[in-house]
Design a binder for this molecule. Structure first.
Ligand code: GRF
Length: 192
């Protein structure tokens, strides 16, 4: 089977993007990261793309009059790169109908909690503050809601006695770096 051409969307640090690329290269996983789409001009993810030698296109939302115009522009870019699948990794915007209609069941996201608990921003902190003993990471399909699409896979992280928030953040990120490339590899292995 041919490798799946993917675009990663990120808004900030981009450590998941970096990891998805590096794991693919190290293990020859069943996808190829062709492009990074970034909505923030200052995002560190852009520097990572340069170092990794992956094309990066920054599309600042503020340059467009509405979400449809913004996503139509992104869609043209995706088409020109022959992108088959979109992987959100710290992309801080809801996906609109333009991308959802053109990439039906072909957009996934990673969220740092065991959904449906702790949706939205600061999910690691939300779980920590709530005092749950087990939290984790969810990879799910994207629909028009916030962190509401069908779940593909999850992994748990225990919040141990004495943990401070940064301990938990470290463990969550470790879990993310393990699960996301694995899920991608498996999805495309099945030819989905
Ligand atoms: C990750 O925790 C991810 O689960 C969430 O945003 C964070 C992005 O981190 N959606 P990074 O930009 O990949 O370092």
């Amino acid at each position: 089977m041919k490798t799946m051409n993917i675009a990663v969307f990120a808004s900030g640090n981009g450590s998941n993007f970096d990891n998805i690329v590096n794991q693919q290269r190290a293990k020859n996983l069943n996808y190829e990261v062709k492009l990074l789409i970034c909505d923030k001009e200052q995002a560190y993810a852009i520097k990572r793309a340069e170092k990794l030698n992956i094309d990066c296109i920054t599309v600042p939302y503020k340059n467009f009059s509405n979400k449809e115009q913004y996503e139509l522009h992104i869609l043209e870019i995706l088409k020109s790169y022959k992108i088959q699948f979109i992987v959100l990794a710290g992309y801080m915007r809801l996906i609109g109908n333009t991308l959802l209609d053109n990439y039906q069941n072909k957009i996934i996201n990673i969220h740092p909690s065991l959904l449906p608990s702790f949706k939205g921003k600061n999910a690691i902190e939300q779980a920590f503050q709530y005092g749950v003993k087990v939290t984790g990471v969810t990879v799910h399909y994207v629909d028009s809601g916030m962190d509401t699409g069908n779940i593909i896979d999850q992994t748990t992280v225990n919040i141990k006695e004495g943990y401070i928030l940064t301990d938990l953040e470290k463990e969550i990120h470790k879990a993310e770096y393990d699960i996301y490339p694995r899920v991608l590899d498996k999805l495309f292995h099945k030819g989905e």
